[in-house]
Ligand binder design. Structure first.
Ligand SMILES: Cc1cc2nc3c(=O)[nH]c(=O)nc-3n(C[C@H](O)[C@H](O)[C@H](O)COP(=O)(O)OP(=O)(O)OC[C@H]3O[C@@H](n4cnc5c(N)ncnc54)[C@H](O)[C@@H]3O)c2cc1C
Length: 323
């Protein structure tokens, strides 16, 4: 999961709004753009609360060797990484890494289904291009709240015609995941990028279909849970800790800020390193990670401190940290 990040300077050369809250940025790195495989992302330096930080953005399209394209959805209820990106103008300088890929494709399968939920379309655009180039048997289903929210939809339809199917909530067309999965050829793969609810539904339908779990490939953007973030208290009685976790900070941020060392790596709910033992919950846990199993989430014995939150009260946890 951990890899060395090599940062370099870059410049935004073009920007365009591709939906009402998604903006595409064309970025030219000083030392040239590298080729990359579909599913790759860039890490981009941002300023959050006056402090340097970084956010990851999937590379849009196949790349032309001269520049990178990313598309950023503006989150108003967030710590501020996307708002920072939206504050930049053409000509702005920023730091970026080389492309990295944690969402790799495998070629040569009899059929592929690409499933995008909202901003999750970004890594799938390069995948569609690669599948089209290799003359694979593929389809994409693009689910979004409405057509106006579905960035790049018209461009994809113009390129690939009826391989692109849409499911817009405001048009009332339901996504029937068990049926979509049942109709796939044996040996098919599903590539999914979208919100946690969509991933949970796909994992459950894929699991029930008896297909190999490794053939459901996904990436999440750690973007939200079942509930809107709300303030809750975190308690560690052994350390005398009783703190409020504000809406714009994670449980991990608050514990680290109080001097509690918590092992952490990916910070987006994938690696499980920051999972803490839950001693008591007043209210509910909004599990936002993709590391714990459904069973573990139901039992509420662990919480991934980087992304998951409590709603409606407080949580008492225990850590391995000994001051
Ligand atoms: C590999 C990868 C690729 C990505 N690609 C894209 C992409 O192509 N386009 C794109 O727009 N984004 C992408 N992202 C997400 C992106 O990196 C940022 O997370 C996103 O821009 C939001 O950053 P933020 O600081 O504005 O919001 P964050 O503060 O990170 O908040 C994001 C969401 O989490 C919730 N949230 C807010 N505060 C908290 C909190 N304290 N604790 C828990 N949850 C909270 C909010 O409800 C919000 O919906 C990608 C992420 C990864 C890991």
């Amino acid at each position: 999961m951990r890899y060395a990040l090599h940062w370099g300077e870059a410049r935004i050369t073009n920007m365009r709004d591709v939906s009402r809250d998604i903006r595409e940025f064309t970025i030219v790195p000083e030392h040239g753009a590298r080729p990359y495989a579909p599913g790759s992302h860039l890490n981009v330096g941002v300023i959050v609360d006056g402090q340097p930080d970084h956010r990851s953005y999937s590379l849009v399209g196949a790349g032309d060797g001269a520049c990178y394209r990313i598309a950023v959805r503006r989150h108003d209820d967030s710590r501020g990484g996307s708002r920072y990106m939206w504050s930049l103008g053409e000509g702005a300088r920023l730091s970026v890494t080389e492309p990295h890929n944690l969402f790799e494709m495998e070629f040569g399968r009899p059929e592929y289904l690409l499933l995008a939920g909202g901003i999750g379309i970004t890594p799938l655009i390069a995948m569609a291009a690669a599948l089209a180039r290799s003359q694979a048997n593929w389809r994409m289903i693009y689910a979004a709240k409405s057509r106006a929210d579905a960035a790049f939809c018209d461009e994809l339809t113009a390129l690939y015609g009826d391989r692109i199917e849409t499911r817009f909530s405001d048009e009332g067309r339901r996504l029937d995941l068990p049926a979509e999965i049942a109709n796939l050829a044996d040996g098919a793969q599903l590539y999914l990028c979208g919100p946690l609810r969509l991933l949970d539904a796909a994992r459950s339908a894929w699991g029930s279909s008896g297909r190999p779990l490794a053939d459901l490939r996904f990436e999440t953007f750690a973007s939200g849970g079942l509930y809107a973030p709300e303030v809750f208290r975190v308690k560690i009685p052994r350390l005398g800790i009783d703190l409020a976790v504000p809406t714009d900070r994670s449980l991990l941020d608050v514990l680290e800020g109080a001097g509690v060392e918590v092992m952490a790596d990916c910070r987006r709910g994938e690696c499980g390193l920051c999972a803490l033992d839950v001693v008591a919950v007043e209210g509910e846990i909004d599990h936002r990670d993709v590391f714990l199993s459904d069973h573990e989430k139901q039992n509420n014995e662990k919480i991934c401190a980087c992304v998951s939150r409590a709603v409606g009260g407080a949580i008492t946890v225990e850590t391995a940290y000994r001051p």
